[in-house]
Design a protein around this ligand. Structure first.
Ligand code: C2E
Ligand code: MG
Ligand code: MG
Length: 497
């Protein structure tokens, strides 16, 4: 019974496959999609085909099997090529590389045309297609010629070299490919980002190789660097990152994420009037994850608004409790520069302040300098609206970006927080001290209050006080603590002179 069932099922599947195959083969709109479907079908039929091979199925079915095989053999000529450029496509590349396995040396290079979308948006698809064709021609005429050239999708091209390319060769390759194009008398400049995988070990399969070179390209995109390389633990890191992104909403809902508060000391009075809220996450599987790790991932995954809304709610709810208990302070919340893209952010802040019946000056927003400078115009507009509510603003981690203090004068902020990195060389390095002192002076002359963060010793604190700093923050004065701990220490923090 079982064998008959198997035979009938095999026959039905074969006839069905043949029918689909012929129909699709005739009206092949997307060859790539077709091959992918075909592979899936064949995979599903593995058991049945084994049954055919061991002769369970009568001879009468053999012609069907034969026809199917013939059709499969005929496919490679048409499938695996990119119509636009004539290069091989992902399917073709994978198949050729698979035929060359095991590959234990050579270089896989993945090239992405940065912001190619803009070419299409600005000049239209026909123009974009011409650029892609010319780019493919250029790849074909490289003096450092690859063994394989493929267009994987859109603006991504993959090269396989049999030799290990040096960094110098990659830089040269990029330079050669970036020479401006001339399309319909219009000069077109392209910027390329490159991911690189050196094939030193045995790779399990071509999918793994392509995934790894893709990871290298992602690294280049994230770090905004021209060329990035796959490194051994990148896969593991990526798995961790995926896990973090995936579990973030749950972490927020289930109170695995919580706030701690770090007191700042006002130098003139020696007292604490302000605390900074810092996020912590105790992940059930990964343990403690620092905001330095999960905040950039939340930004990358487009989930930062979720995090920031949560942070504002937590902090303002806590603020309302403290006010009711007679603890009067200003709480600083870190927001991401991405949050400033939201036109509704100022209204949302105003609505929350009203809901918790809090005065606007009881809230401070800290925005990191380096990311702020990337899209200043939009940010200045939103910051202006938040400032107009009466909420205080600070530029965080000042000195880690590339802005000058003169540039800062356009920003509607109250405070500049100088990054702890400035303190690192202070002990041995005189020039660092002069730069720090000059920065503090200029910031103060421009009318900003100046905080320096990351102060760990009395000696550094005293030197900064001598330089005219208004407020200090760091382990020397107070470590980040829970709301309950802060309440316990409040009398001491608020009253010490
Ligand atoms: P940040 O805003 O510059 O926060 C200061 C960082 O310095 C905190 O790290 C704090 O724990 C650490 N720190 C404080 N005192 C000392 C000290 O004396 N020595 C040293 N070496 N470090 C000290 P943390 O808590 O790991 O936060 C890292 C960054 O993550 C923050 O830098 C901030 O940019 C971001 N972050 C934290 N919480 C949030 C949040 O709720 N939202 C957003 N968007 N970002 C957050
Ligand atoms: Mg901060
Ligand atoms: Mg900081």
């Amino acid at each position: 019974m079982f064998v008959i069932g198997l035979v009938v099922a095999s026959l039905a599947l074969l006839i069905f496959s043949l029918y689909i195959l012929q129909a699709k083969y005739r009206s092949l709109r997307s060859q790539q999609k077709f091959l992918a479907q075909l592979c899936t079908q064949l995979e599903q039929q593995k058991v049945e085909r084994q049954a055919l091979d061991i002769g369970i199925v009568p001879q009468a079915f053999a012609p069907l099997y034969h026809t199917l095989n013939e059709l499969l053999k005929a496919l490679p000529a048409s499938v695996g090529k990119d119509k636009l450029t004539g290069l091989v496509n992902r399917v073709g590349l994978k198949r050729t590389l698979t035929g060359m396995m095991p590959l234990t040396q050579g270089t896989l290079v993945l090239i992405d045309i940065y912001r190619f979308r803009y070419v299409n948006d600005l000049f239209g698809f026909v123009f974009g297609d011409i650029l892609l064709k010319q780019f493919a021609e250029r790849l074909n005429s490289l003096s450092l010629s690859p063994r394989l050239i493929a267009r994987l999708n859109g603006d991504e091209f993959c090269l396989y070299y049999e030799q290990a390319l040096t960094e110098e060769q990659l830089v040269h390759l990029r330079g050669r490919l970036q020479v401006p194009f001339n399309i319909k008398n219009t000069p077109v400049s392209v910027k390329l980002q490159i991911g690189c995988l050196h094939l030193q070990e045995h790779h399990a399969d071509t999918s793994q190789m392509l995934r790894r070179v893709d990871l290298a390209l992602k690294k280049a995109r994230h770090s905004r660097s021209a060329i990035a390389y796959y490194a051994q633990n990148d896969d593991i890191r990526q798995l961790r990152e995926l896990k973090i992104i995936d579990s973030l909403p749950k972490g927020l809902q289930r109170n695995q994420v919580y706030m701690v508060y770090q007191a700042k000391q006002d130098i003139a009075t020696g007292r604490c009037f302000q605390v900074e809220a810092l996020m912590r996450w105790e992940h059930d599987e990964l343990g403690i994850i620092s905001p330095g790790e999960f905040i950039p991932l939340a930004e990358y995954a487009g989930m930062i608004d979720l995090v920031s809304q949560w942070a504002l709610d937590q902090v303002l709810a806590q603020q309302a409790k403290w006010r009711a208990a007679g603890i009067q302070l200003c709480v600083a919340v870190n927001l991401s520069t991405r949050d400033l893209d939201s036109e509704t952010l100022p209204q949302e802040i105003a609505a929350r302040l009203a809901y918790y019946q809090l005065p606007p000056e009881s809230l401070m927003i800290e925005i990191t300098e380096s990311t702020l400078m990337a899209d200043l115009t939009k940010a200045v507009e939103t910051l202006g609206k938040i400032r107009a509510l009466g909420v205080r603003l600070a530029i965080d981690d000042f000195g880690t970006g590339h802005s000058s203090l003169a540039y800062l004068k356009h920003l509607p902020v109250n405070e500049v927080k100088i990054d702890k990195a400035f303190l690192k060389d202070l002990e041995q390095d005189k020039p660092s001290e002069y730069i720090l002192e000059a920065s503090i002076n200029i910031a103060k002359k421009l009318g900003y209050e100046v905080t320096v963060e990351g102060i760990e010793t009395l000696e550094i604190r005293d030197r900064l006080v001598a330089m005219g700093v208004d407020t200090i923050q760091g382990m020397y004065y107070a470590k980040p603590m829970s709301a309950a701990e802060l309440e316990m220490n409040w009398a001491q923090l608020h009253n010490t002179i």
